[in-house]
Design a protein around this ligand. Sequence first.
Ligand code: SF4
Length: 114
Amino acid sequence: MIQYKGQSSISRSDEERIDPAAQSEDMPTPVPSSLPHAAAAFAASLARFVASGFKTVDGPLHELRMGHCRACEFLRGSQCSLCRCLVAKKAWLPHEDCPVGRWESYPRAEQGGK
Ligand code: SF4
């Protein structure tokens, strides 16, 4: 989980989502997860994946998520510098989300994936 200075969630316009330079000055700065927290989140995510019967999102949604990551200023190689996840793997998981809300939400009723 990502921690924000001063608040626990953020809200941005579509313009701000597309253009990081358009982000307002008062927007909280995302803080990267600590390694222990990232490891715990990975273990919890893996448990949910196994419990779901290894279900994944469909290819088009995975590609949509990856498009956001490829254009993201927080991507370092294949890893998100905020959640420390390997985004190409994480983007397959229906129950996962982008730490700053850039991924399209997956319908709750379908969170089990295909
Ligand atoms: S998960 Fe979100 S914050 Fe991380 S690299 Fe992808 S779009 Fe950026």
